[in-house]
Design a protein around this ligand. Structure first.
Ligand SMILES: NC(=O)c1ccc[n+]([C@@H]2O[C@H](COP(=O)([O-])OP(=O)(O)OC[C@H]3O[C@@H](n4cnc5c(N)ncnc54)[C@H](O)[C@@H]3O)[C@@H](O)[C@H]2O)c1
Ligand SMILES: [Zn+2]
Ligand SMILES: [Zn+2]
Length: 383
């Protein structure tokens, strides 16, 4: 049992008070976990585009003041009543896609979406409708994506956390909380890429490069990365891309990215992935799929109010449009397998960490995101 069990903890957090303003690094109070809740000492967190998206104020569901962050790892400090899945001292990853195992979604065997905490998670509160965070003025702060990893301590629902092998380095595996799992899972689970299939990936960020790793693991014959930033070619090839195209510079007059990809693959691709969030790219990704069977997976998060379009004929002639959240991965039952792949050297994780900073430099980590050659910045919350 820890000394702090059952007591509020005062610790550092980065609070988002207002949209489009820097985070305030300050001391907050984190209440003890209620029944079926877990308090985690967060050791490491990365900054993902979804945090920046919500902070920018364009996310219609974004509410302030809140504690952002959803790509984090740490150690269980204490658990509330009735928690049996994790115990004090366990090393854990927070999960924004919960897995309760008993709801209609979990029992369907068809999806990794879980309905158990969906509604309250979307509102930024714990399942009982209240928050475990307040600032030193006593004002309540909202949770984010069921995780809130931008705090030295956080409280999550017991369905939103998974214990992992203690020998896995927490400073690396925090990335399995979102980006790496999302891309890798989209390739091996959602698309189920098979040996010798052809694949095109739009967007060479952490998500797109993880799709590449998944496609390579499955033995895809061609993995074409498409990115408007030529600096991404080196990364793309390191992660397993066989080709790289920058549509801004590599197309001949009269050529489009769709016609170029169709020509390179004798009629179109077996699988394509949007990892940009741009709805025009989503259309191209669908339309360069092979007639009769090609499928396109949408992973990117589009700006609020955006819609996708194509001619219905594209679908009538056998192309398939699908989406993927958290790579279709069930966080509690499947994270162990990903950690094992990482520890065996089959899944690249460390290679995404291009920047490391102490937690207090979190605002600079948001700046890093806008620099073309940054994949992930990992923040150390103990510094
Ligand atoms: N569905 C999910 O569960 C899930 C989870 C995590 C992230 N995401 C989303 O996935 C997307 C990718 O995330 P990331 O962290 O890899 O982002 P990132 O910004 O690091 O990478 C995006 C890449 O796309 C490239 N790009 C931008 N516009 C392009 C265009 N028109 N054509 C080709 N390339 C273009 C950029 O140069 C960049 O390299 C984001 O939209 C993010 O919000 C979705
Ligand atoms: Zn994310
Ligand atoms: Zn469920």
């Amino acid at each position: 049992m820890s000394e702090t069990q059952g007591k509020p903890i005062k610790c550092l957090a980065a609070v988002a008070y207002k949209a489009a303003e820097p985070l305030t690094v300050e001391e907050i109070i984190v209440e003890p976990p209620e029944a079926h809740e877990v308090r985690i000492k967060i050791t490491h967190t990365a900054v993902c585009h979804t945090d920046a998206y919500t902070l920018s104020g364009v996310d219609p569901e974004g509410a302030f003041p809140c504690v952002l962050g959803h790509e984090g790892s740490g150690i269980v400090e204490s658990v509330g009543e009735g928690v049996s899945s994790v115990k004090v001292g366990d090393h854990v990853i927070a999960l924004y896609t919960a897995e309760c195992g008993v709801c209609k979604f979990c029992k369907s065997g068809k999806t990794n979406l879980c309905g158990s905490v969906r509604e309250t998670q979307g509102k930024g509160v714990m399942p009982d409708g209240t928050s475990r965070f307040k600032n030193l003025k006593g004002e309540s702060l909202l949770h984010f994506m069921g995780c809130s990893t931008f705090s030295q301590y956080t409280v999550v629902a017991d369905v939103s956390v998974v214990a992992i092998n203690k020998t896995a380095p927490l400073q690396s595996v925090c990335l399995l909380g979102c980006g790496v799992t999302t891309g890798y899972g989209a390739a091996i689970k959602t698309a189920n890429v098979q040996k010798n299939d052809t694949v095109a990936v739009f967007g060479a960020g952490t998500v797109g490069l993880s799709v590449v790793q998944g496609a390579q693991a499955r033995g895809a014959s061609k993995i074409i990365m498409v990115d408007v930033n030529s600096k991404k070619e080196t990364y793309s090839r390191q992660f397993g891309a066989t080709d790289f195209i920058n549509p801004m510079t590599d197309l001949k007059p009269g050529e489009t990215i769709v016609s170029k990809l169709v020509e390179m693959t004798d009629g179109g691709l077996d699988h394509t992935f949007d990892c940009t969030g741009n709805v025009k790219v989503m259309r191209d990704a669908l339309e360069c799929c092979h007639k009769g069977w090609g499928q396109s997976i949408i992973i990117g998060v589009a700006a609020a109010g955006q819609e996708i379009s194509t001619r219905p004929f594209q679908l009538v002639t056998g192309r398939v449009w699908k989406g993927s959240a958290f790579g279709g991965v069930k966080g509690r039952s499947e994270m162990g397998g990903l950690i094992e792949s990482y520890q065996k050297g089959d899944l690249k994780v460390d290679q995404f960490i291009t920047n490391k900073r102490p937690f207090t430099e979190i605002n600079a980590a948001f700046e890093d995101l806008h620099h073309g050659d940054c994949l992930r910045t990992v923040l150390d919350l103990e510094k």
